[in-house]
Design a protein around this ligand. Structure first.
Ligand code: URA
Length: 225
């Protein structure tokens, strides 16, 4: 298992995840490779969630030759993936390779960068579009955003995801790069969420970007500025 508990968060330490993230960080990595990298990272993270957090059971299976026992992952039909638009779109495409039958939710939430950070280091968040499946108690809910910066967007997203719903069996927030501030903010606001990330970076700059980070993940994946 390549998930390591770091107190505030769990790190996905798979060597391939680190390799892909390093390519994503590289300023020379252009749009198509960047987007493919996010898809690949999502797939690796999905497999690591299965390996590290989901139970398996032994079942009888009939091969063309004989009967034998095999292992199946439990709960693969009870997965909800929430795509935090827009940078999470390629990341979620990768997660869906691991959880092809997941029910999907979409939330468009963005921080008002023009308004600036408040004293608590948070941006005002506007939530523009929400379409979520109902959550069942047996569900594993995975909320995906490749960049967990101040945590303001993720806190607003989690509030909407959990509003009026039963507590799911597992609640994961998955990101590629996190800032310590974001992990603390989300951990304080939603302590039941398990925070998974490939890297915990040093700090946020004055505009709320993660340093060293990888820049604006949405702009790099969608080639916008
Ligand atoms: N969103 C990004 O895409 N990058 C950051 O560094 C912070 C938030």
């Amino acid at each position: 298992m390549a998930i390591e508990d770091r107190g505030d968060a769990s790190l996905i330490t798979h060597a391939l995840a680190s390799d892909v993230l390093t390519r994503l960080r590289d300023v020379e990595t252009e749009q198509v490779e960047f987007r493919k990298g996010l898809v690949k990272l999502g797939r690796i993270c999905g497999y690591e969630i299965i390996d590290g957090a989901m139970e398996t059971e032994y079942v009888a299976v009939e091969t063309p030759l004989t009967e034998t026992m095999g292992q199946r992952v439990k709960g693969l039909d009870d997965v909800v993936i929430v795509n935090v638009l827009r940078a999470a779109t390629p990341f979620v495409e990768g997660l869906l390779k691991a959880f092809p039958r997941a029910r999907q939710g979409v939330i468009s939430a963005s921080r008002d960068e023009a308004a600036g950070m408040d004293e608590a280091g948070q941006f005002p968040i506007s939530v523009d579009y929400v379409k979520l499946p109902d959550i069942e108690p047996e569900d594993t809910v995975i909320v995906a955003d490749p960049m967990l910066a101040t945590g303001s967007t993720m806190c607003a997203v989690l509030e909407r995801v959990l509003e009026g719903q039963p507590e799911p069996e597992n609640l994961f927030v998955i990101s590629a790069v996190s800032a310590p501030e974001g992990l603390l903010a989300v951990g304080d606001a939603v302590p039941e969420a398990e925070l998974l990330t490939v890297a915990i970076d040093d700090e946020l700059d004055d505009d709320g970007y993660i340093v060293p980070g990888l820049g604006d993940a949405g702009d790099r994946a969608f080639r916008t500025t």
